[in-house]
Design a protein around this ligand. Structure first.
Ligand code: PLP
Length: 485
């Protein structure tokens, strides 16, 4: 039995309850929350406590290869998958073939004290592959031989393709992915629509992304339909995605430091707050992270919160379309998990904040114990504009001969302003430039390179069904293509 098994927190980190109070008297094991993320009371699932690192544990984790590190960390959150099975799942997920290097998330150094942690070498060239690839294997494992799951999702770009590549060929799983017809980049469309697999269905909806999301909400909200077709989701509130992302904070910390008494800062381009939340979890476990730098673009709701204590999400009509589109989010769904911790993990205090938000459209924690916890949590923030991103892409290219994408540029721009000369700053690279060629052309006047497997992507045959923005038509399509129907 591993030495940590007797620590009092240990079982609690593998049991889950809701940020809004449900399940604290009947906590759920990992497998029960794996397919959802949303608790029945509308809250988000969180572990009863974060696992705590023993004093000598960093030294044991430091030399591990990525799959072993992943298994060691994930085992702290998963109590109901035997360790040998978990080991096998992560080994199948984190391969050189899938992530283009044995390091999986290699670190490079721009200049002394300023690093890039490369999270985008997976199948769809964005960091979401790190977590979603694992989810594909976890889902398949959880379903077993006879289980079936129909994943219904809506995407404006990165999540949909990452989910499709993660679920490609996974037994018992079918993906129905809705995307706004003609509104994604040619690369993003081709990346999804060129997939030719019996378990992947691309549905291009005649309407904007919001229409796609409304249809998903309507169908997932229809309990009878959901049950009949075993509908599931892979959205960014899925806890397993967060847990999988915790791993690369450890990996990055080990790569940028020489010993476990050092600290490191991380800069994180943020949208739905899932990536940086994983950093918060790692820090809460005891990883020596000094600061978590939240970088936003012009959609700066989170920057406003961290700099003033005021939280004022904007409506969809106030959300700017920017050159870092995966961060064009005004209501970050994972923020609830962080805020829950900042209330001292008190569902009633959280409910009071949400009630104020519903009544006034905002709340303000300035002067309250919540803000002092926020300050103690290591979070700081900054924002970038389109001009900042273009300038940062140019600057990094000129000085370091490295090409970064506009999202990563958000992070690097904010990180530069926040650097502490005594502490290494690790900027998370969240996508490769090939995905966002227009901004690269604007900044550098050249076409970004793309991995050879994507050569000629836009010319490949596309497999997509165009449907009107009508939930009934999408429901009929699903019913017609659900294998069990
Ligand atoms: C999803 C995404 C983000 C935002 O990550 P969150 O976890 O939603 O905060 C940033 N950059 C890229 C390229 C993304 O795909």
């Amino acid at each position: 039995m591993p030495a940590h098994a007797s620590r009092p927190d240990e079982g609690r980190a593998t049991l889950y309850a809701s940020t809004r109070g449900a399940w604290w008297d009947a906590p759920q094991p990992f497998s029960a929350i794996l397919l959802e993320g949303l608790a029945p009371d509308g809250g988000l699932t969180v572990p009863l406590a974060y696992p705590e690192l023993a004093r000598d544990e960093l030294a044991k984790l430091r030399p591990l290869a990525y799959p072993d590190l992943a298994a060691a960390i994930l085992a702290r959150f998963i109590g109901d998958i035997p360790r040998a099975d978990l080991d096998a799942l992560v080994r199948r997920t984190y391969t050189r073939e899938r992530f283009a290097s044995d390091e999986i998330t290699p670190l490079s150094t721009l200049e002394p004290g300023l690093h890039l942690l490369h999270l985008s070498n997976g199948p769809t060239l964005a960091f979401k592959d790190v977590a979603l690839s694992l989810l594909g294997h976890l889902f398949e494992y959880a379903l077993g031989d006879a289980g079936r799951l129909n994943i219904l999702g809506a995407t404006s770009g990165d999540t949909g393709s990452s989910a499709e590549y993660a679920m490609l060929g996974r037994r018992g799983i079918i993906v129905f992915m809705l995307s706004p017809h003609g509104r994604m980049s040619a690369f993003q469309q081709a990346q999804m629509y060129s997939l030719d697999a019996p378990n992947i269905h691309n549905l291009a909806i005649d309407g904007p992304f919001d229409a796609c999301q409304d249809i998903v909400k309507a169908l997932a909200g229809d309990a009878a339909f959901k049950r009949r077709h075993a509908l599931g989701a892979v959205n960014s509130i899925n806890w397993a995605r967060i847990a999988a992302q915790v791993v690369y904070y450890f990996k990055g910390y080990f790569a940028a430091t020489a010993g476990d008494d050092e600290t490191a800062d991380f800069a994180v381009p943020s949208g739905n707050f899932g990536n940086v939340l994983a950093g918060h979890v790692a820090r809460s476990m005891g990883l020596p992270i000094a600061r978590l730098v939240v970088a936003t673009n012009e959609n700066d709701v989170l920057h406003e919160f961290f700099s003033t204590g005021r939280y004022r999400p904007r409506g969809a009509d106030e959300t700017h379309a920017t050159s870092s589109p995966s961060m064009d989010i005004s209501k970050a769904s994972n923020f609830e998990r962080y805020l829950f911790d900042m209330t001292g993990r008190d569902p009633q205090k959280l409910a009071a904040l949400w009630a104020t938000l519903a009544r006034d459209g905002s709340f303000d924690v300035a002067g309250s114990p919540i803000l002092s916890r926020v300050r103690d949590s290591g979070f700081v923030s900054g924002r970038s504009t389109h001009a900042d991103r273009v300038e940062t892409i140019r600057d990094v290219h000129r000085r370091h001969a490295v090409m970064i994408d506009p999202h990563t540029a958000d992070g690097v721009h904010v990180a530069q302003a926040m650097r502490d000369p005594r502490t290494p700053m690790i900027c998370l690279e969240t996508a490769l430039p090939a995905k966002f060629a227009a901004t690269i052309r604007e900044a550098l006047g050249v076409e970004p390179p793309r991995p050879s497997r994507y050569a000629g992507l836009e010319g490949r045959p596309q497999h997509v069904t165009v449907l009107p923005a009508d939930a009934a038509r999408v429901a009929a399509y699903i019913a017609g293509h659900d294998r069990a129907a």
